[in-house]
Design a protein around this ligand. Structure first.
Ligand SMILES: NC(=O)c1ccc[n+]([C@@H]2O[C@H](COP(=O)([O-])OP(=O)(O)OC[C@H]3O[C@@H](n4cnc5c(N)ncnc54)[C@H](OP(=O)(O)O)[C@@H]3O)[C@@H](O)[C@H]2O)c1
Length: 305
């Protein structure tokens, strides 16, 4: 069950993420989900390094994922971006390198570059340009496999149909939980031999833009009821839900007890009926919408799936 359950690290503060990763590796996690834009890869890397030095794990037992940020889509920037991530993580290769979002932003220090009027500034080079250089990273041994994140099925199709494609994406990492069940996208990806990785599986209660009136998965009475039936927590049900759909899941926590709790999901099974009930909660509610980018050419959510 190793890579099917990983530790998320978005919003994990630098002063807490090191301990979180160490606790996770001790608990049996082997998959860590990282990104340049999370601005904590250096501390994640310290934790990984310590656990390798303590001989708790070997590098080849770990499954480390990171992501190319949108300001690095220009061909001349992709390799440097990957090398920076590797340096911070203190690794000589990544297991998977993802394109974080399909829309490319203007290069520069600013992670979300905008003009004076607040319009997003985009890059001339697209994810297809970035992909070709990422393929070279595989050939050079810096990356074992490539993937995408937040891509709709048309955008995946664009990669699969790219003339001269050398490496297919191995995964599409997307938001997924009982309020956004992603049936069509999962079906599409699985039919192409692409795994799906579910992010924000608990509904991302620490997202910076949370509003009190937003729906809450962890407090949903019907999810609590299923959890009680199995003597499990709502978080454990929300994680188990993906495992039974063959979807990889990456809950984030910096709280040691929760990191342990979230891994105790291999000793129970949701019934077919419970799975169907959880799927019936779908309301196409998206946490990571990036509303102000909806007019960008490669914005992913104008398509049905
Ligand atoms: N590719 C992308 O664009 C993208 C977008 C979003 C997320 N992601 C990845 O997916 C990971 C997970 O998503 P997420 O961070 O948005 O949200 P999440 O995993 O759904 O939720 C994290 C929140 O839940 C809390 N929590 C964790 N375990 C819990 C438990 N057992 N009981 C109660 N609360 C619990 C955490 O608190 P504490 O930490 O305080 O314990 C934190 O506030 C991210 O960290 C990131 O690695 C990727």
């Amino acid at each position: 069950p190793r890579p099917i359950l990983g530790l998320g690290t978005w919003k994990s503060p630098p002063n807490k993420v090191k301990e979180a990763v160490k606790v996770a590796i001790d608990a049996g996690y082997r998959h860590i989900d990282c990104a340049y834009v999370y601005q904590n890869e250096n501390e994640v890397g310290e934790a990984i390094q310590e656990k390798i030095q303590e001989k708790v794990v070997k590098r080849e037992d770990l499954f480390i994922v990171s992501k190319l940020w949108c300001t690095f889509f220009e061909r001349k920037l992709v390799k440097e971006a990957c090398r920076k991530t590797l340096k911070d993580l203190k690794l000589d290769y990544l297991d998977v390198y993802l394109i974080h979002w399909p829309q490319g932003f203007q290069a520069g220090k600013d992670l979300f570059p905008k003009d004076d009027k607040g319009n997003n500034l985009i890059s001339k080079e697209t994810f297809l340009d970035a992909w070709e250089v990422m393929e070279e990273l595989v050939d050079e041994g810096l990356v074992k496999a490539l993937g995408v994140s937040n891509f709709n099925h048309f955008q995946i199709e664009k990669i699969l149909n790219k003339p001269g494609l050398k490496y297919k994406p191995v995964t599409n990492q997307v938001e997924c939980h009982p309020y956004l069940t992603q049936e069509k996208l999962i079906q599409y990806c699985h039919s192409k031999g692409i795994t799906v990785t579910a992010y924000s599986p608990l509904g991302s209660p620490d997202r910076p833009w949370a509003k009190p009136e937003d729906p809450s998965l962890l407090e949903d009475p019907k999810i609590k009821e299923i959890a009680a039936r199995h003597k499990k927590s709502p978080a454990q049900v929300l994680i188990r839900f993906h495992i039974q759909r063959n979807v990889v899941v990456i809950p984030k926590s910096v709280t040691p007890e929760r990191i342990l709790e979230n891994f105790q999901v291999f000793d129970f099974k949701l019934s077919d009926e419970e799975m169907a009930t959880l799927l019936s909660f779908n309301r196409n509610w998206r946490i990571c919408v990036l509303v102000d980018q909806a007019n960008l050419p490669d914005y992913p959510y104008n398509a049905d799936y």
